[in-house]
Each structure stands twice: as C-alpha cells, then as structure tokens.
Write a protein that binds this ligand. Sequence first.
Ligand code: C2E
Ligand code: CA
Ligand code: CA
Length: 610
Amino acid sequence: MTMRGLSLMSDSSLEVDSKLVVFNSMRDISKHKHAEYVLRESELRSRTNIEQLPFGLSISRDGYTFDVNNVYLNMFGYNEIAEVFGQPLTNQISPQCRGQVNELIRECIQSDSNESMKETIGLRKDGSEFPLLISTKRVVLGDLTFTYAYLIDLTERNKAEEKIESHAFYDHLTNLPNRLYLIQHLKQALTLSARIGRQGALLSIDLDDFKTLNQTLGHEMGDQLLQKVGHRLKSCLREGDTLSRFGGDEFVMILENLSNRESESDDQMRAVCNRILNVLNHPYQLGDRKYRCTPSIGATLFNGNKQEIDDLMKQTDIAMHQAKEGGRNTVCIYDPQMEVSINARATLQSELRKALDNKEFQLHFQMQVDSTGHPLGVEALIRWKHPVCDMIFPDKFIPLAEETGLILPIGQWVLETACIQLKKWESDEFTRHLTLSINVSAKQFRQIDFVSYVHAAVKRHNINPKLLKIELTEGMLLENIEETIATMNSLKEIGVTFSLDDFGTGYSSLKYLKHLPLDQLKIDQSFIRELATNSCDKVIVRTIVTMAHSLNLKIIAEGVETEEQRQILFNSGCTNYQGYLFCKPMPVEQFEKLLRNGKEHLMLGGQESG
Ligand code: C2E
Ligand code: CA
Ligand code: CA
C-alpha cells in the first residue's frame, strides 16, 4: 500500500497519524497540534476532494511537502507520494528558479492577501524541465499555516501561444515577420531612433510583373520565387535590420542605427538599396527553368522625431510607385515633390470625371491624303478644353483615363461624336467619301459588349459602316489573340474597318498579322522623324511596306512633316500620308473650311490651335 493510500483514501486517524508521525518528526509539531490538524485536514480533504482537481496540488508547511495529488505526481514523473513527502517543495523546481519560488512561498505565508502566482520552471524526476505556473494560497487551520500550491504545466499552453504568435506575426510562406510585426517593430525603431539620435530607413521592395509569373508559370512557382526572394533579401540585412513580407509580392525592410548625419545615412540607405537591386537581379532557378524578376524599390529616411508610421509608409509607397513609373528595376528615394505631382494627378482625375458631363471634350480632325494630296480620310483625335488650363492633349489624360476606367465613357463619347460627324458629312460632296478613324483603347476593345455598342451606334446614326475605321495598337491585339480575332471578325461583319496604329513599335510577327482581319498598317511616326538621315529607318520603312503589300494591306505613314520624308516614303512604295506637312489636327469647322478652300491650304504646319 502506498503512502498515498494511507493518507488520502482513509479517514482513519491511525493511518493518518502514522503519516503525521513522519512529518512531525521532521517538523517538530506538538502532539496536540497534530490531532487538531488531522481533524481539520481531513474535513478539508473531504470538502475539496483534491483528486478531482484538474491541476497539480501540493500542500506544504514551511516549504516542505506534506501531501500532493495524482496530477502532481504525473506532472513531475513520480509514482507515489513517498518520493516527495517531507521534501522541500522546491525540489520540483529548476535550481535556477528555487529562490524565486521560496520567495513566493514566504510572501504567501506572510501576506494578508494570501494568494500569489508565478511562471517558473518545473523539474521532473528524470531531470527534464518544463514551464510551470505556480499559484500559492495560504490556508490557516487553527494555529497551523499551510501553503497550498496549485501547479499547471504550461508546455501545451506555451506551444499554443507560440503558434498563435507565429500565426499573428509571421508569414508562413517565407517564415519572415509579417506586416503586423513590422509595424509594431517600426514603432519601437522610431522611439529608439529618437532616443539615441541615429537615423533609420524604411524600404519597400515590390517585384516587377510578379502577376505575370503567377499567371504564366502558376502559383506554385510564384510561391517558390517569393521564398527565394525572401532568402536573398535576408542576405542584405545588416545586424539589427528587420525584413518582413508585407503581403503579396511586397517586402518591407527597416534599417536601423544609420548615421546621425543625413548625408551619411542617405548614402548608407542607398548602398543597401543598390545591394538589394543587385542581389535580386540574378536569375532564379524555378523548377527546370531560369527566371528573371526585378524589383522596384522605394525608400525614405526617418529620425524618430515628428514622424508618424502612416506617413513613413505612405512615403515609401509613393517612392516605390515612382520607381515603377520610372521604368521598374530601379531605386527611388522619397522626395516631398513626389507628393505634389501625385496630388496634381488626383486633381486631374477628379476633373476628368466631370469633364464629360461638362462637355469639355472635343474631337479634332487630321487629314489623311494620297500621293496627289487628295483627301482620303480623317483621324479623330480627342482634346480636352479645360476651363482653366485651356487645351489638354490626350497624352496627358488618356493614360489616366485608361487606368481609372474613365476611358469607357470617354471612348463611347468619341464613337458617338464620330458617328454624328460621319452622318453630317454624308450630305456634303467634299466629305462624303472620307473614312473617319477613331482610336480605341485596349480596355474599350476588351469590353464584352464592345461589338454590340459599335453596332448599335452604327444603326442609330444610320451611317455607312465602311467609313468608320478603328485604330488599334499591336500590344492590345496580341494579348488574347483568339478573342481579338473573334471581336474583329464580328465588327468586320458589321462593315467596320481596321487600321493597325503605331506599327513597328510592338512585337507583331508576320504569323499573327496573317490571322488578323486588318485593312491597313500605319507606320509609326518614330520611323518617319529621321527618315531623311537615318538609313536604318529607311530600311525599316521599306520592309514594312513590303510586308503590308504581301499581306494585302493598305499602308499609311503618320507624322509626315517634310517633303523629303514624303518623297522617301513614296519611293519606298508608301502612298498614303498623315502629318503636319498636309494638315495639323483641327476643330471641325476649320477642317471643313480647309477642305472647301483646296489643297494648297492644307499645307499648314506649325502649332495646333483650339
Ligand atoms: P496617335 O493615335 O498615334 O495619334 C497621332 C499623334 O500624332 C496625334 O497626337 C497627332 O496630333 C500627332 N501628329 C499628327 N501629325 C503629326 C506630325 O506631323 N508630327 C508630329 N510630331 N505629330 C503629329 P495627339 O493628338 O496628341 O494624340 C496622341 C495620342 O493620344 C494618339 O496617338 C492616341 O494614341 C491617343 N488618342 C488621341 N485621341 C484618342 C481617342 O479618342 N481615344 C483614345 N483611346 N486615344 C486617343
Ligand atoms: Ca491613331
Ligand atoms: Ca499613331
């Protein structure tokens, strides 16, 4: 029978007494007190039934174990109570924490509040250690004071906590700290920087065209790349720096402890940025292929004072986007001037939204002629008559309209206005034969209902669809070639024609061109500009003309400004032209007047006016 059986399973005073004899001999408690204790203790025992407790319990006097429950025995790897009975309670505590626990017991015995708790390290019989929560309570029985220690093994809780923490603060793909961690750390870094007077830097590193990789090679490869990037970025860290995966393909880094002089800290920051740029520029081995993925890096310095986390984040973000706009694979350091241009852009955007309602757009028309100067067609070019800034050219607002989606209502307005114009020109002998070209953006062309709304416009205005020409660019055609061909064919059925704008600047191969139902190629003006002096351009132009002829396509050159250019084009076999040499883009009234007054008036050149 075990000591445990003796003491706990029976209320027999003899059996309990025999246990107390051992205890008392060690603790020297008077006989009278024993009897009193036994009585009270047994009362207490039946009240609480210590075996039902979900945690370990040890009852001790003056720091010496008197009784424990089974949970306690299991927790510390003992088989029976005899192994701990009469021993210092702290025998089950790691030596380095014993002082601390003795203190706790002392406090417990002495204090009035009589309950205290501590996280400590438990020591098992086999010598292994584990995290332990110990909570002590003073129990007074007559004039005897006992310490009840409740013990909880924290191993599982700690594991769970670690797991929760790692979920909350770490990114599982790269094992790097995440956004939450970084922001918390940035707070500390700012405080420290202010205190020690050293500068720091915040870097935002975004991968270029990561989406394309994900789409073309699959998410698994994308994940692999992110892991490899994380790994390479780690190699750029100096001691005390922090790297996080901020989300998606964006990594953010905090550099701490830079120089206290701005020019030096700026150099240090740039050096790290350039190192990152260099390290990330090497190709990656993804599966059995090599892949190149460049970063755009934005960075800003901080000195702890006066700076808010949100502001710093915004600054690096602005700088990073500037790096993207600056052609990618580059570093851009934040400059307050950047915000000025961003604000200007925001203003432009909000004004662009109102411009349609306020009827601020106009179409200007530019003539297209044959080799005799006879007008064949017209290109419609949009202008924005801004109430304050006067005339704004499309290069300044079309890209923004494309980004914001405003190009859709704007494009629709262009189509409507062009149809109205064609209808008007139908009844005029000077204009009824003219084709009218409109520029269509990729977003517009890719709209699901693009064909139907062009069809509806043609019907509504009852125009000859053969005179409506849609100018597309190479890039947008190749994006999804099957869909493109289908859309173009549907439009061709309506009768609309197509010109391939800016030809030569994209990547069109003969293979694709053959399948596209095009009517015309338009040689980009970049090949015309130096045609008289650049023999390479001459060769390109001649090649394009030959290619167009072999594909049975008409050919036109844009941006023709001089007679010399026109002559070279003519000699190369290109007989249709558009450019300042013949006519600049102009409002419709002026354009019609010009047509009536004859060809010599078409030779205008110079600045375009409103
Ligand atoms: P684009 O379609 O290549 O238009 C030709 C551009 O060259 C026009 O600029 C025109 O004014 C200019 N140009 C014409 N002849 C000459 C010349 O002899 N020399 C020089 N240096 N330039 C000449 P613009 O009107 O500023 O238009 C710029 C671009 O904006 C257009 O390039 C087109 O891509 C876009 N765009 C214009 N109107 C629209 C529109 O209604 N919708 C869309 N989506 N884009 C438009
Ligand atoms: Ca065009
Ligand atoms: Ca063009």
